[in-house]
Design a protein around this ligand. Structure first.
Ligand SMILES: [Zn+2]
Length: 451
């Protein structure tokens, strides 16, 4: 199905908050996936801004050579890194102090605030890791950075063969927190269909298939486990798909080669992996050869530590800069002259996050991110009170959750909020307890336990 590409481009310009070199490049149909290496000057500008305006780096980042020729070597070798815990412990110290007091747009901020906020490109948008990383965490980006990240996703899809005005279907995990209500309505006339099922069951599969048959998407993107679920359903019911997309972009979790082949067969399409994370955005993507992630080096510096972990520096993000950030994934960064014509850094053999699922007594498949969203909801309401949380699915009928809180104020209300949501949504019996520490003896911790 086709929509107006002019409307699409104008909407994106509005949401992004104006026109600059980056958006012109993305909306230009000749966009190339991988711009060249950044200049040393660009990296220096990024580090200068971070160490001057961002309290955490001002305090902790070591002195560095003010020399564009040496700065990449320095970054490669310097003993410094940022972990998720560093960010969790004080997320505001990672924000540029010139924007830290700006208006926040989000679900609990109220309608009027959000309408006023969306008109200002410096408003902060709260972004949560509701995906498949360890524990839930909130980040803040300006509206410009947030939509800049979406632009990068669109740019990747243009590289694979989608164009503005062609239908784009996004399938993500819905739940207690995700509320795209307003955005969903705004982007639909541009051909962007957002589908956020709470759980994977016959009803959500039917709904997905009716959207698919109606809109005949040219491109799709979302969690691989959801697409695998839809594909199984299509096969089981012998459903004939009326169209096939140009490609499916899977991200957020890893996909095995058998799963990829299966999706390609059922949807008669190409499946590509894009690598990124909520905190740092789209680092790169596969080309047609599907043999590793080409890194967008102009905007990201990617490297390994001695243990094979992936560290990311977000050269293009000044408002929430991450320097040598531990992504939580492993993978090998190599230099490659690919047959597709691109030369540069590639990430191969990524061992990443695998989203955990469980079943309720109706046999619905529920992603662990549902629980993460509940924790975020409570943290938003009660000011980041939950330090750690653990959900134990005892059998298909009952859930026990344990919470570690900053203090005991509102303890009963918080437990009740979670219990009520779980009870009405999952149709399982539920019990919550507050503990002083929920890590085990070796101070290890697991978010979801299935018994
Ligand atoms: Zn290639």
């Amino acid at each position: 199905m086709s929509y107006s590409s002019v409307f699409f481009k104008n909407l994106i310009k509005f949401l992004y908050g104006g026109k600059d070199e980056f958006i012109s490049e993305v909306l230009n149909s000749n966009y190339k996936l991988m711009p060249s290496m950044p200049s040393g000057d660009k990296l220096l500008r990024f580090l200068n801004s971070a160490t001057k305006h961002v309290p955490y780096y001002r305090k902790h980042f070591p002195r560095y050579p003010n020399d564009p020729q040496k700065i990449f070597d320095f970054l490669e070798n310097v003993e410094f890194r940022v972990t998720k815990n560093d960010v969790r412990n004080n997320v505001y110290d990672f924000l540029d102090e010139r924007i830290v007091n700006n208006r926040v747009i989000g679900k609990s901020e109220g309608f009027i605030n959000n309408v006023v906020g969306i008109l200002n490109s410096q408003s902060l948008i709260r972004v949560n890791t509701g995906g498949s990383t360890g524990e839930p965490l909130s980040f803040y980006f300006t509206r410009k950075t947030s939509f800049g990240r979406i632009l990068r996703v669109l740019a990747t899809h243009k590289y694979w063969g989608w164009n503005e005005g062609e239908t784009f279907l996004y399938s993500g995990q819905g739940g207690a927190y995700a509320d795209f209500g307003m955005l969903q309505t705004i982007v639909k006339p541009a051909g962007i269909i957002i589908f956020l099922p709470d759980k994977l069951n016959e009803r959500s599969c039917d709904r997905f298939i009716s959207l698919y048959q109606k809109y005949k998407p040219k491109a799709m993107f979302g969690f691989p486990s959801q697409f695998i679920g839809y594909a199984h359903y299509i096969q089981k019911k012998g459903i004939q798909l009326d169209s096939s997309p140009n490609h499916i972009d899977v991200t957020g979790e890893m996909l095995s080669s058998t799963e990829r082949e299966y999706l390609e067969e059922i949807f008669r399409t190409q499946v590509y992996q894009r690598y990124g994370g909520t905190e740092w955005g789209t680092v790169g993507a596969e080309c047609r050869n599907k043999n590793g992630i080409h890194v967008t080096e102009n905007d990201f510096f990617v490297q390994n530590d001695s243990e094979g972990r992936l560290l990311v520096t977000t050269i293009a993000h000044n408002d929430f800069p991450l320097i040598k950030y531990e992504t939580g994934d492993k993978g090998k960064v190599i230099y490659d002259e690919c047959e597709c014509g691109l030369k540069g850094k590639k990430i191969v053999n990524i061992e990443g996050r695998i989203e955990e699922h469980f079943l309720n007594s109706d046999g619905d498949v529920i992603a662990a991110s549902y629980f993460r969203q509940l924790v975020l909801l409570a943290n938003e309401k009660y000011g980041n009170i939950i330090i750690r949380s653990q959900f134990i699915v005892e059998d298909r009928k009952s859930v026990l959750f344990l919470l570690q809180l900053v203090n005991k104020n509102n303890q009963a209300e918080i437990v009740k909020l979670l219990e009520e949501n779980i009870k009405s949504f999952l149709k399982m019996s539920v019990r919550g307890e507050v503990k002083d520490d929920i890590r085990n003896d070796r101070k290890k911790f697991k978010f979801l336990i299935k018994i």
